[in-house]
Design a binder for this molecule. Structure first.
Ligand code: DQA
Length: 140
């Protein structure tokens, strides 16, 4: 199984960005721990981009290759028709993840353009959200 763990805008700042909301771990920490959990069960690739178009391209490539995607699209979750169309258009199996519980936050974070075209959504468990998404993708 090949899985792309794709992170969107500002997630490169994890560890120093609003740690009360997003936790103290960096994206590198999360990558290491996720690789450990996957073990030999999946081949993981990690990418982070701040640009919407770059995320669209990476979703297309992974989707067309038949790879699963764990996607934290950051703020584009709430704005991007383009990323939604890339998921739908490439047939990608995507688990939408968020570190924070977006539904317990500002109203503008309550709506996701991506959720309707994702396999499922996991939000509010900090970095554990990524681990739960991995298990979901690997479940038979
Ligand atoms: C986020 C939630 C989004 O609303 C926010 O814009 C982010 C991070 C999360 O992981 O909790 O950048 O996706």
């Amino acid at each position: 199984t090949q899985i792309l763990v794709l992170n969107g805008p500002n997630l490169n700042l994890l560890g120093r960005r609003e740690p009360g909301i997003y936790g103290a771990k960096t994206l590198d920490d999360i990558e290491h721990e996720l690789r450990e959990r996957a073990g030999g069960r999946a081949e993981l690739a990690f990418q982070q981009r701040n640009g919407e178009g770059e995320l669209v391209t990476l979703v297309q490539e992974a989707g067309l290759a038949g790879h699963g995607i764990i996607l934290n699209a950051g703020a584009y979750t709430h704005t991007s028709v383009a990323i939604r169309d890339a998921i739908k258009g490439s047939g990608a199996t995507v688990i939408e993840v968020h570190l924070s519980n977006v539904h317990a936050r500002e109203d503008f974070r309550h709506h996701s353009y991506l959720s309707p075209v994702c396999r499922g959504v996991i939000a509010g468990f900090g970095d554990l959200s990524y681990h739960l998404a991995l298990e979901a993708l690997l479940a038979p």
